[in-house]
Design a protein around this ligand. Structure first.
Ligand SMILES: CC(C)(COP(=O)(O)OP(=O)(O)OC[C@H]1O[C@@H](n2cnc3c(N)ncnc32)[C@H](O)[C@@H]1OP(=O)(O)O)[C@@H](O)C(=O)NCCC(=O)NCCSC(=O)C[C@H](O)C(=O)O
Ligand SMILES: [Mg+2]
Length: 284
């Protein structure tokens, strides 16, 4: 199975036409048009109309196109879903999913033939309910979990700091639930717009925790995420070494081999093959 690349998922306010125009040429794997927190209440209706118009115009290339709606218990959620009907978005991102019941309500509103759901995990309740959310994934066509680290930090009343230590248990719970249900996992945003070092460290941390990519808020953050979630040239070279080693007739009957001082098993071969296949995908 070839996994689609989702190293960089860029949010932009659906009320910002310049940002949306720019997104059509940026090196992001996913474009997220935001109708929720980035849009002021007075602008919600106009932003929704803009989403419909921009998706109609198209031009996003091979970038995945996702719309973040307002929650169903807000005055705008139902109208957001109605506006998206038939538009052909790749997924609908739903904020503050706190249990399987929320997923079922969104699926009912979208319809069984509606787009896949991506769920933001950004409440303490959502973190506690992750096993139930994972179990409900197939039935509700949930395909991705996104860490909402700003809302989560707010609810936890924690201070994430540079290394995000207070958020690590939740971040790992989200990846674990995603892997158990075969879902994509995307890390939260880095608010520090002008701190390239912090962003690079956070992106490396997210990749190290097992995330597929990072959600972002500015075009200047794309390169750091695309690099951290790689694969890097060194990782690709190592993957090719593993594939070559197992292609050698002498290893045909072996489950584990010694390679450059490391034990390598056939599970590493499968990882290497997946990495090489994913790296072959075209950009943008
Ligand atoms: C954060 C910003 C408000 C900064 O805006 P500003 O300082 O005006 O940006 P620049 O002047 O540096 O912009 C330069 C050009 O780049 C374009 N731009 C900026 N941001 C984006 C973007 N996100 N996508 C595409 N293009 C972008 C500008 O239009 C400029 O272009 P041009 O005019 O042609 O020169 C701003 O970056 C911004 O609004 N970012 C997104 C904010 C957002 O979407 N927030 C919501 C999602 S994050 C979240 O909710 C977290 C989660 O829920 C949680 O709980 O953790
Ligand atoms: Mg949020």
């Amino acid at each position: 199975m070839i996994l689609r690349r989702r190293r960089s998922a860029l949010y932009m306010p659906a009320s910002n036409p310049r940002a949306i125009a720019k997104a059509r040429s940026l090196a992001c794997d996913v474009v997220i048009l935001d109708l929720e927190d980035a849009v002021a209440p007075d602008e919600k209706a106009a932003a929704r109309d803009r989403v419909v118009a921009e998706i109609g115009t198209g031009g996003f290339g091979s970038r995945e196109l996702v719309v973040r709606i307002n929650a169903l218990d807000t005055p705008w959620g139902a109208d957001d879903i109605a506006a998206l009907r038939g538009l052909g978005v790749d997924a609908v991102l739903v904020p503050k999913i706190s249990g399987a019941v929320d997923l079922a309500a969104v699926r009912a509103a979208l319809g069984t033939d509606g787009p896949p759901i991506w769920a933001m995990i950004e409440t303490c309740g959502g973190v506690l309910e992750l096993p139930g959310i994972a179990r409900a994934a197939a039935g509700s066509r949930l395909t991705a979990l996104i860490a909402g680290t700003n809302d989560l930090a707010k609810e936890l009343r924690c201070r994430p700091g540079v290394d995000r230590t207070p958020l690590i248990p939740a971040l790992m719970a989200i990846v674990t639930a995603a892997r158990a249900a075969g879902l994509v996992a995307l890390d939260g945003v880095c608010n520090a717009l002008d701190d390239a070092k912090r962003l690079a460290a956070e992106a490396e941390q997210g990749a190290g925790l097992g995330y597929d990519g990072k959600t972002l808020i500015h075009p200047a953050q794309l390169a750091a995420a695309n690099t951290a979630f790689g694969p890097t040239p060194d990782q690709l070279a190592w993957a090719r070494t593993i594939v070559d080693a197992f292609a050698d007739g002498a290893t045909a009957d072996k489950g584990a081999i010694r390679l450059n001082g490391e034990m390598v098993e056939r599970l590493h071969l499968a990882e290497a093959e997946a990495m090489l296949a994913q790296a072959d995908q075209p950009e943008g």
